[in-house]
Design a protein around this ligand. Structure first.
Ligand SMILES: *Cc1c(COP(=O)(O)O)cnc(C)c1O
Length: 392
């Protein structure tokens, strides 16, 4: 099976597609018809690769974590996405899509954000490339994430509160979609993870695939072979995991491990572990696994990490789960906190709470002494200091 890219209708197995209101067809079709040609062009690639290198700071190191390896009696390498400009992997995608928007002749960017991380990455890319930037954010999230709101404003973005429903991410998505319908000729919608209608999951996965592209040559340099035994990443919507898995997903000798947010526990009613709790449904324009009631109402997720607090999972990952190509773990809030503290003590690296979920798999699965295990450290922990101080 080809797990890497969707078919021409945007399906990964039974998951994916483009379920949008008729008024959005022109926007989505314009993207579907143009994205592959534009990102394959040498003009786009030259500009994008130059920015990844000189602006984002790529290639990010593949760091052999000696102390962590000793503790778990295996060979652990950390892919340091935390060292990117703006502190996480999200900038890879935000820059790629902002450049794509320019090539499509759009000068206005909209985005929606929950914790504010994607909003900051998008506002950064727009400041750099001279694009107007509007970020929709739930009113409740604006209050919870004041430092990121301040960053977006300083970067020149307009932050518009979503005041309907629960005043959180899903309401911000609705506002963004409404905006896109009304401003289709001038505006591109930068979606922040491998979710949304086709072609967004594939588009975002391609922009994040630089992560596994680098892992391959870096491993070759360090250990003489391109493929590790395991790659691991946390999954919210799934973009850092898609980037980490991308160039390994069709190679049978590499095992894939995904860590979802268990919150207080999968049976607690306060969780975000979609593969454990989700059923087939349509969320944000694609068919995938969704946490929902029997009559299709989306269930509010919970995770201590804002970036994993999402009631769905991208179709790329739903397919890996269904086909048992990847192994999924559910990591609870307290387990993630413990792993964050452990990495800090052993290696002097304060990880993002999201990334700590991937690290926590080390406690749950036994690896062999000579297994090579690559873990994506998706972001740094500065943004989580308040939570760490409260809980540690
Ligand atoms: C947003 C975020 C995530 C979760 O998003 P994915 O699309 O699943 O990668 C993970 N880690 C960090 C640091 C984030 O900011």
């Amino acid at each position: 099976m080809n797990y890497k890219n969707p078919d021409e209708n945007g399906y990964y197995g039974e998951f994916g597609g483009a379920f949008v209101p008729e008024m959005l067809y022109p926007n989505v079709e314009e993207l579907q018809n143009n994205y592959l040609n534009i990102i394959a062009s040498s003009e786009f690639q030259e500009e994008f690769q130059d920015l990844l290198k000189n602006y984002v700071g790529r290639a990010t190191p593949l760091y052999f974590a000696k102390n962590l390896s000793e503790k778990y009696q295996t060979q652990i390498y950390l892919k340091r996405e935390d060292l990117n400009h703006t502190g996480a992997h999200k900038i890879n995608n935000a820059l790629g899509q902002a450049l794509l928007a320019k090539k499509l002749g759009k000068h206005r960017i909209i985005a929606e954000t929950g914790a504010g991380q994607h909003g900051v990455a998008t506002a950064t890319a727009c400041a750099l490339l001279g694009l107007e930037c509007i970020v929709y954010m739930g009113e409740v999230d604006i209050a919870r994430q004041a430092p990121n709101v301040a960053r977006m404003k300083m970067l020149g973005a307009t932050v518009i509160p979503a005041t309907s429903g629960s005043k959180t991410l899903k309401d911000a998505v609705n506002e963004a979609l409404r905006d896109w319908i009304n401003n289709s000729t001038t505006t591109h919608y930068i979606i922040g993870s491998v979710v949304g209608p086709h072609p967004f999951p594939d588009l975002v996965a391609r922009f994040q695939s630089v992560i596994s592209e680098e892992i391959k040559w870096q491993l070759k340099e360090k250990i003489g072979r391109e493929n590790p035994d395991y790659v691991m990443a946390c999954v919210g919507g799934g973009s850092n995991a898609a980037g980490t898995f991308y160039h390994f997903v069709n190679e049978e000798d590499v095992k894939l491990i995904a860590a979802e947010a268990g919150g207080f526990g999968v049976d607690s009613g306060k969780s975000a572990a979609t593969t454990f709790l989700g059923t087939l449904g349509v969320l944000h324009g694609s068919k995938s696994l969704v946490m929902q009631t029997e009559d299709g109402q989306v269930i509010e997720p919970h995770s201590i990490s804002a970036g994993l607090d999402y009631p769905g999972i991208g179709p790329f990952h739903a397919n890996l789960f269904k086909e048992k190509r990847a192994e999924f773990f559910s990591i609870n809030d307290d387990e993630a906190l413990k792993s964050a503290m452990e990495l800090t003590k052993l290696e002097g690296i304060i990880p993002a709470l999201e990334s700590a979920h991937a690290l926590a798999v080390l406690e749950k699965k036994k690896f062999k002494k000579d297994d090579v295990v690559v873990i994506c450290l998706s972001g740094r922990g500065d943004k989580d200091m308040e939570t760490y101080l409260k809980n540690l």
